[in-house]
Design a protein around this ligand. Structure first.
Ligand code: PGA
Length: 252
């Protein structure tokens, strides 16, 4: 059985003070949650304070990006060992906003994944097609390219530490969620790619999250799909009530 993951990607929101107040609230609300793993991804500046506020809790801390080098002349970048040092256990890699704003390529995603694994972090790796690509019938081709590029040279053991997130770019922050069926179709495709590259068991165990305008009112339908193992949530993860509603998604 794959344990679901509900992860909040805060993007470029919240000061240190706001972050700490927020996670103290979440910590109290989620004290008894064990049906899913909960992850929050604050901005870099708040990582240490959030990790301290969540010490000993059941909420994990993720960074939103990393560099692949251990250290060096890379102005503005943060290494995986620095993230570990700041209290992170997870790191989001290859988010479409990094690809869009910073021209991040599959090759860099691959290097970042390897660096994260080398620092004992769990990578949350994002893939997904744009609207243009979907309308041109290229979804499968794009997912194939992003998947094989990201996981080039990884072993089955390494893939077992990775969480994959399918985030169709046209659904991110647009209010336009993929239907559960559309999302599940892409998840099946990704799981099949995992099976081909890593074998049956790693593919069966791979947790694939859906991301893109997940809200309290659509999370139930998405989570009812056996192929969907959780959600990577932006906007609706920023308020305690809505994030709590997502973590406590309807279960039968
Ligand atoms: P959204 O963002 O939930 O605001 O659409 C999702 C994401 O970018 O991870």
């Amino acid at each position: 059985m794959r344990k679901p993951v509900i992860a909040g990607n805060w993007k470029m929101y919240k000061t240190i003070g706001e972050s700490v107040d927020f996670v103290k609230d979440l910590r109290a609300r989620f004290a008894k949650v064990d049906h899913c793993d909960v992850v929050v991804a604050p901005p870099f500046t708040a990582l240490r304070a959030v990790a301290d506020a969540l010490k000993g809790s059941n909420i994990a801390v993720a960074a939103q990006d990393c560099h692949w080098n251990k250290e060096g002349a890379h102005t503005g970048d943060v290494s995986t060992s620095m993230l570990w040092d700041a209290g992170c256990t997870h790191v989001i890699i290859g988010h479409s906003e990094r690809r869009r704003d910073h021209g991040e390529k599959d090759e860099e995603v691959n290097k970042k994944i390897k660096a994260a694994l080398g620092s004992q972090l769990f990578p949350i790796v994002c893939v997904g097609e744009t609207l243009e690509e979907r309308e041109a019938g290229e979804t499968e081709k794009i997912l194939h390219r992003q998947f094989t590029g990201a996981f080039l040279g990884l072993t089955a053991q390494e893939i077992s530490r990775i969480i994959l997130a399918y985030e169709p770019v046209w659904a991110i922050g647009t209010g336009r969620t993929a239907t559960p069926e559309i999302a599940a179709e892409s998840h099946r495709l990704l799981r099949e790619l995992a099976r081909k590259q890593f074998g049956d068991e790693p593919a069966i165990n791979l947790r694939i999250l859906y991301g893109g305008s997940v809200k309290p009112d659509n999370v139930g339908g998405l989570m009812a799909q056996p192929e969907i193992d959780g959600a990577l949530v932006g906007g609706a993860s920023l308020k305690a009530d809505s994030f709590a509603a997502l973590v406590n998604y309807p279960r039968t």
